[in-house]
Design a protein around this ligand. Sequence first.
Ligand SMILES: [Zn+2]
Ligand SMILES: [Zn+2]
Length: 458
Amino acid sequence: MVEYPVKIIALGGASDIGGSCFYLRLGETGIIFDCGIHPRKKGKESIPDLESLENEPIDFVFISHAHQDHIGALPYLIKKFPHIKIFSTPQTKELASLVLHNSSKILKKELGTKSELKPYELEEVDLLVQSITEYYYNEPFILNSIKNFDEEITVTFYDAGHVLGSVSILIGWKGKNIFYSGDVNNSPQSLMNGSKIPKMNTDLSFIETTYGSQNNDEAQSWDETSKLFAKDINQVINRGGSLLIPVFSLGKFQEILLLIHNLMESGLVGLTNIYTHGLGKSLSKIYDSNRYLVNRNYKDVKLKDIPQIRISEIRNLSRLLSNPGIILASSGMMIKNTVSNEIAQFFLSNEKFAIFSVGYMDPETQGYRVMNAAKGDKIALNGNNPVKVLCTLKKFSFASHSSRKEIVSLIKKVNPKNLILIHGEEQSIKNIGSDVLEKYRHIKVYAPSLGDSIILTI
Ligand SMILES: [Zn+2]
Ligand SMILES: [Zn+2]
């Protein structure tokens, strides 16, 4: 079998989660998987180092899904390499338009006029989104490039089960198979039904490792977790308290909203107000309009029909707090200057209230610090005076990523000769690496750090 050299550059999301971006050079063709912003870094640090690509061919970018940490830096990539062609599913394209409009506004606020990194304009986002070529799941397509007419590249998107429109990507080149998992979830959530990735043999696979640091007995199904969740919600509501659930606007918002609605419909949770805000609600409309087009549960349920009270301004918070309810607010990791962070400040010192986390939190974020605090600890949020933690804090694992066991099963399924472990904290990558080396000795495992370039033959 003939072997060919390929080059990989880890531009973001290597031994870390956030700002995902990987470059892959196949012969004279340059491919980029995702181009995100790092949620807790600022300015130039938060976007991939695009300058390191100046001497490389750049032709195509594939967007695995519309989370900001996978698409937020796309406008910078397009500005630098205007000829690049972008591909995603139709659902990701629709979601990306809202997510990038929102990022543009956030960047304008955050960066100001003095930053070296300039925010992008709404018009740039519109042009970018219009130029995305859409392909649906399981339909292989051929990349057209004048440079690579003698080395045809085929691409197939598979349902990754993470959020609406999310894909894992298979690339065929010179008889070689290259797989990029994107963010992947093997098990069903409330809405998304779990990934649909076929068995295959690959020469090179990039696999995400978000939950690699989990113990194998830690993973619970959504069903199991929701029973505990319901019991604890009732406790808070019955004592006249309110509950804050920090969620990502895309994915976790829609999944948890439907879950709470279902728990109320079935009588497992008492009826109470649900408060929501901003982007989560707008993104839900795209979940609704695509509900018959994708593999999901509760196709007949429209999220917009679930009664919600809009939190438009934090100033109304005192009114909001006098009427008990469940608040779904972003950001999911209570990042500074976000609605969930601001609301948390009012919640922490009130013993009737509670904050429940429902997903991954980066250890460097304020959300992580809050959720790992003990009663009586003092916490300062957003530079405010420290407050004593008196509210109830509970963590629930409603995973939208595969468990440690499922990651290893996915690796078995795509059977790579070379494996690049990405999108995980150092410990997660170490765990998955040792699980793989123990079970599948023939696989060569790589764990690049940010900025590393790897040349290997496949
Ligand atoms: Zn994601
Ligand atoms: Zn991600």
